[in-house]
Write a protein that binds this ligand. Sequence first.
Ligand code: NAD
Ligand code: IPM
Ligand code: MN
Length: 351
Amino acid sequence: MTLYRIASIPGDGIGREVTPAAYRVLDAVARRHGITFSYDEFDWSCERYLREGAMMPEDGLDRLRAYDAIFLGAIGAPGVADHVSLWGLLIPIRRAFRQYVNLRPIRLFEGVPGPLRAAKAGDVDLVVVRENVEGEYSEIGGRMNRGFPEELAVQEAVFTRGGISRVASYAFELAGRRSGRLTSATKSNGIVHTLPFWDEVVAEVAGGYPSVTWDQEHIDALCAKLVLDPGRFDVIVGSNLFGDILSDLGAAVAGSIGMAPSGNLNPERDFPSMFEPVHGSAPDIAGRGIANPVGAIWSAALMLEHLGHAEAAREVTDAIASALASGATRTADLGGSATTGDFTTTLLNHL
Ligand code: NAD
Ligand code: IPM
Ligand code: MN
């Protein structure tokens, strides 16, 4: 029996509703594979911030360090400014644990009423590989002259050779294991320093992967093509901000932001990786038990895969696919009336 210790951070809003659903599925599949998960729950959240003045304790990162993985629901609530809550918890975890790859698969499943007339299940099956610790999300900058007419804000995007080449290498490796096609998201026509540098480093990395066919697309055109012809893409590698935006766009193309998963990966395994749905805390639907749990459940499958249980992971994604294909039980974002718990029960039956 293999035991994995998971640091569980349900967080805020629907994060607290979708994490229990993911654990029900994880525990069910684990039993069949001789695996056990133990979850230590941390109440780090906006509620904690309002109570104690911080999203997590001062030694919070140290407390997470020894876990096999971190599972997170979502962070953010109307009473706390988003940059305070996210920079107080989620983003420090990604950075401290060098989770420089944010892996975000997108699939249009059979039976899901996607918004695009032309897209068919099977055609839309791609992965966004998002750079996750530098780029536009930078700590360098500041505000001056607050409250005066000459008030200003400066934020420096930071792109490093090491940072670009390691995420590009990860993406090329992944493309080699999938269809052998990769697209690099850029904007080197308008952004004159950082993105021409991104293009150069990606091209250098590409030289090491002659069997991968690749191209680069400016992010604006790429967004249009992702809507008009999503089937042309397999692996898309992009900077932190481009990858963020592309993953919500891709999720919408595939039917719902509620179904997109993510793995914040430290490929060297020097630190725990973190798994979380792409969506946020959804204050507009929180507390009603109607969130789609697929993003969280699929994130749990990514965690299984990361921990070396590819077969168990595939059983989970197959159960997602067959539960959606049967169409009998759907959450509200897919036009149904099932609760989070109902859909999870259906999925467990398919598992
Ligand atoms: P959001 O993803 O929370 O919600 C966007 C829309 O999608 C809402 O209408 C919501 O109801 C819907 N939605 C999201 N997940 C769903 C699900 N599982 N099932 C059904 N519908 C779902 O994005 P937002 O509104 O921009 O952000 C809300 C809060 O979440 C903010 O505080 C934001 O900063 C935070 N946020 C956190 C994370 C994270 O913790 N990883 C990610 C994104 C946003
Ligand atoms: C995501 C989220 C976060 C991000 C926010 C909440 C800071 O949108 O994980 O996609 O931009 O990384
Ligand atoms: Mn996002």
